[in-house]
Design a protein around this ligand. Structure first.
Ligand code: FAD
Ligand code: NAI
Length: 506
């Protein structure tokens, strides 16, 4: 009988789950009518549609401001699953969420301009923007004035000025990068399989070099080796013993932000997967077919090594975007900041009063991660919602105070109302500074294994292996932006498992 009840309960929960998802999907497809923004309210301009800006937008009460979003990308990108798009484990559209869909869910209308902010003038309080898309109208450049500005433009790829990097390597930051890599992998494979190709050229073409042993480089190398082992090897057997993946890292080990045991686990898993790791190897020059690096030997002596390659993926971290550099140069208080906009504990850009910064372009003392960016965005939404409430309460208090003189007979009731508002105001005004709560770090390392350093009851828990891989998958599924994204990603995982990845080169 107990079993029957358990079945019934399970059955009911499944129905409840389906109804819940169905209702969510219905609401997304049939949003309520939006109110027009009130022109007398402040103009809040938000730059970017990444982790920081979108988590701010998600929780912002848009009816309190005239909100304008400016970004060259009209979608949010779930970056943690981007490495899986390079091999077709996940299709790129599964991890994109159109910004128009996100903005349509807001109570008051938000304007969106697909454009790049080219400069910010903090004195005139205007943002200059340029339409950089392929199709241009009569106007390609204009200005948007702001009362409040949030800079969430992220970062660009660091190349450290190393010659040849920009011209010859692929980066891994945007959807276009992942598509380019996917195409190149298959181009290298098909070219290596071309009739009468020399053995030396086959070795070069099938040598996939990844520079940077941070999480981006490690996750990509793992995905690439999976692709080769599970699909390419089976479908193009003639090249199966020639495919090699090499990871080059300047420091003595990969994944420096993980604990020692997880670093060792990753390095030994890579060895099993036949991914070559070259640590203490600093790339100095890149040509169209080779990577030149300086290797520091155990005796401290340096020598130059040349790696011929077919595909080169450059993943050496972040650099400051030109629009941020330009803004920093206009604010004297930013003179000593090198890695981005220095912000205070309320994320206000130091040296300004009405500019805030979130995510990879802000220097708040945290690592440039999605976790940090999204918590910062959420914090700003709370701050701005509170600021709007504060202004409304202050206006109400001043209106009530002036009516005190006009209606002396009502003074007790009015005083009581003022007191209530003042109490509410004190509570709202008491906003604590931004505090980052670290949930842990996760990384996929190939062969259905992952490493995780997670915070557990105020302590740290390090885990690695196949169970951690399941945890990694479920964590990222739960973090996906929408139900649509979740279903698409699950579908892609099933599809690539059952039918294999698609080897066609678009
Ligand atoms: P972004 O998300 O990069 O967004 C920046 C936005 O600004 C974009 O919409 C961009 O189009 C827009 N923009 C750019 N220039 C301009 C301009 N001039 N004007 C207006 N808009 C502009 N972090 C984790 O915590 N966990 C992970 O698993 C993880 N995996 C990652 C995997 C990869 C492959 C990469 C590349 C990063 C990963 N990260 C991860 C890091 C994480 O993606 C970043 O820290 C995060 O995206 C930063 O958010 P952001 O909002 O600052 O910038
Ligand atoms: P990173 O900055 O974490 O790592 C770059 C690596 O490249 C460094 O280890 C550096 O020593 C190395 N390097 C730099 N120049 C080099 C050279 N010339 N030759 C050889 N090696 C060189 O960069 P990454 O991996 O792109 O990550 C950026 C940010 O995004 C980080 O904060 C990271 O934590 C986050 N991220 C998090 C992920 C996760 O949690 N799973 C996944 C991907 C990124």
């Amino acid at each position: 009988r107990k079993l029957r009840w358990a079945w019934r309960l399970g059955y009911l929960s499944a129905i409840a789950g389906i109804v819940y998802i169905g209702y969510g999907v219905y609401q997304d497809r049939h949003p309520e009518d939006q109110v027009e923004p009130d022109p007398s309210k402040k103009t809040l301009v938000i730059l970017g549609t990444g982790w920081g800006s979108v988590s701010l937008l998600k929780r912002l009460d848009t009816e309190n401001y005239n909100v304008i979003v400016i970004s060259p990308r009209n979608y949010f990108l779930f970056t943690p699953l981007l490495p899986s798009c390079t091999t077709g484990t996940i299709e790129h559209r599964s991890i994109m969420e159109p910004i128009r869909t996100i903005l349509r869910q807001k109570k008051a209308r938000v304007r969106f301009y697909e454009a790049e902010a080219s400069s910010i003038d903090p004195d005139r309080k205007v943002v200059r923007l340029i339409d950089t898309s392929e199709i241009r109208g009569d106007i390609t450049e204009t200005e948007v004035p702001y009362d409040m500005l949030v800079v969430g433009v992220g970062a660009e790829n660091a190349t450290f000025g190393i010659p040849g990097v920009r011209e010859h390597s692929c980066f891994l930051k945007e959807i276009g990068d992942a598509q380019k890599i996917r195409k190149r992998i298959m181009d290298c494979v098909e070219t290596a399989a071309f009739k009468d190709q020399s053995p030396q050229e086959i070795d070069r073409l099938l040598h996939m070099v990844v520079v940077g042993g941070g999480p981006t480089g490690v996750e990509f190398a793992g995905e690439l080796q999976d692709f080769f082992e599970e699909d390419i090897k089976k479908l193009v057997p003639e090249i199966s013993d020639r495919f090699r993946v090499t990871l080059i890292e300047a420091l003595p080990n990969v994944l420096p932000m993980f604990s020692k045991q997880l670093i060792e686990y990753t390095e030994s898993t890579f060895k099993e997967e036949k991914i070559n790791i070259h640590t203490k190897t600093m790339v100095k020059k890149v040509t169209d077919k080779t990577v030149e690096a300086e290797v520091t030997g155990p005796d401290g002596k340096k020598k130059t090594v040349v790696f011929p390659y077919g595909l080169l993926v450059w993943a050496t971290g972040n650099a400051v975007r030109p629009v941020v550099k330009d803004l920093m140069s206009r604010i004297p208080a930013q003179a000593n900041s090198r890695r981005g906009l220095a912000v205070n504990e309320y994320l206000v850009v130091q040296g300004t009063r009405d500019i805030w910064a979130v995510g990879d372009c802000a220097v708040a003392g945290y690592a440039p991660t999605a976790q940090v960016a999204s918590q910062e965005g959420t914090f700003l939404a709370r701050l701005f919602n509170n600021m709007a409430k504060t202004e409304a309460l202050e206006a109400k208090i001043s209106e009530l105070s002036s009516s005190l003189n006009l209606q002396p007979g009502n003074s007790a009731a009015i005083s009581h109302e003022i007191e209530q508002h003042e109490r509410q105001l004190r509570r709202i005004k008491d906003i604590k500074p931004f505090h980052y709560s670290h949930q842990g770090s996760l990384a996929y390392i190939g062969s259905e294994k992952a490493v995780a350093d997670v915070t557990w009851f105020n302590g740290n828990l390090a885990a690695a292996g196949s169970l951690t891989f399941l945890f990694w998958r479920s964590a990222y599924i739960s973090m996906c932006f929408s139900t649509r994204n979740r279903l698409l990603v699950i579908n892609d995982w099933l599809k690539s498992k059952v039918f294999g990845r698609d080897l066609s080169r678009e």
